[in-house]
Design a protein around this ligand. Structure first.
Ligand code: GFB
Length: 316
């Protein structure tokens, strides 16, 4: 990718898409297609194709598709699955049809089997049943991964997939019900601090473990991979360390400055017991995440505070 290469971030308004756009702009890329005209409805194949024909992007980061936390996946499985299937098909096909040189498709760590050996390596994909709380969404992401492989096999398209750890950061969805754990707990603990509430409810037992990656670091990894990776196998991108939900809740309590108690509600779902990624491929290529977790949490909270109170959720 050169400074004037035509680059399109599909889903430039998502957590990871917005981070990729920030990182591309900061590293001097002037050929970013986003913003030249309104992004099309990427679930609409015809409008997406017309957009690609007008803008002919050479490099495509596919960060589009609705996502959400465990509650959102339980409540809206059909919407999440359908949207991710539609945008995967329309963007991958348009990118191929309009001659994109490379496409990076962002999958999700929840597409690994529930009982996957840890840390999870790409060889374990499709080797067992998925986590029931997010199976439809996870299946849709696997379809996107498989679609990229099929376009590479049949047409020689240089399309590949990246499996990120649980990402968080500015421009996330901070809604208490639909957001992922970090933004949801930032919001809950902030509101509890302001209201002087004695405790904050954390869903589940607090025992599940997650690997988290700061969105700006993940964006950096995606740009690094677009520049340096071109093999058919998917590649994992993570932050390298796992935390229990209880530990991350404590770190968020510290970042927000909340003095109340954390109370676990085991009647709420835990989801996958453990999700950690084998990111050996990316590490061997020389990439490491740059942002320490405490700093990333503090920056994310500071961004959350810039939102006006009535908009303290980022509806996508
Ligand atoms: O982040 P989260 O919703 O996604 O939940 P998953 C992670 C863990 O945090 C679960 C617990 O064990 C939750 O029960 N948790 C505790 C909370 N309190 C809260 C809270 O207030 N909000 C939320 N959201 N969780 C997602 C998939 O699974 O992983 C998505 O559902 C996506 O499809 C994402 O793939 C990467 O890590 O459990």
């Amino acid at each position: 990718m050169k400074a004037d290469s035509r680059i399109f971030v599909a889903g430039g308004d998502t957590l990871i898409g917005a981070a990729i756009l920030r990182r591309l702009a900061a590293s001097g890329h002037e050929g970013i297609v986003n913003g030249r005209e309104p992004d099309p409805d990427l679930a609409d194949g015809a409008r997406t194709m017309a957009f690609f024909e007008r803008n002919a992007p050479e490099f495509v980061f596919h960060a589009a598709g609705r996502s959400g936390g465990i509650r959102e996946n339980i409540d809206r499985p059909a919407e999440l699955m359908r949207d991710n299937l539609l945008v995967a098909e329309s963007v991958v096909h348009a990118a191929w049809k309009c001659g994109a040189r490379k496409l990076l498709y962002l999958a999700s760590s929840c597409s690994y089997p529930r009982a996957c050996p840890q840390p999870m390596s790409v060889g374990s994909l499709m080797s067992g049943p998925l986590e029931p709380t997010n199976e439809p969404y996870a299946m849709a992401k696997l379809a996107g991964v498989s679609l990229c492989s099929a376009y590479r096999a049949q047409y020689g398209a240089r399309f590949f997939s990246v499996f990120p750890a649980n990402a968080f950061g500015p421009f996330d969805d901070f809604r208490a019900e639909s957001g992922h754990v970090i933004p949801a707990l930032i919001r809950k603990m902030h509101e509890a601090k302001v209201a002087g509430r004695p405790f904050v409810e954390v869903w589940g037992t607090g025992k599940p473990r997650r690997e988290f990656v700061y969105a700006d670091d993940l964006a950096d990894a995606c740009i690094f991979l677009m520049r340096n990776y071109d093999r058919p196998e998917p590649v994992n991108a993570g932050g390298g360390e796992t935390f229990s939900i209880g530990e991350i809740a404590e770190l968020i309590r510290e970042a927000v400055g909340y003095r109340g108690l954390i109370r676990f509600d085991p009647s709420k779902p835990d989801g996958m017991p453990l999700k950690s990624l084998d990111a050996g491929e990316l590490t061997a290529m020389g990439w490491r995440p740059a942002t320490p977790l405490r700093e990333a949490l503090a920056t994310t909270y500071e961004w959350f505070l810039t939102l006006s109170p009535e908009v303290r959720c980022h509806a996508r």
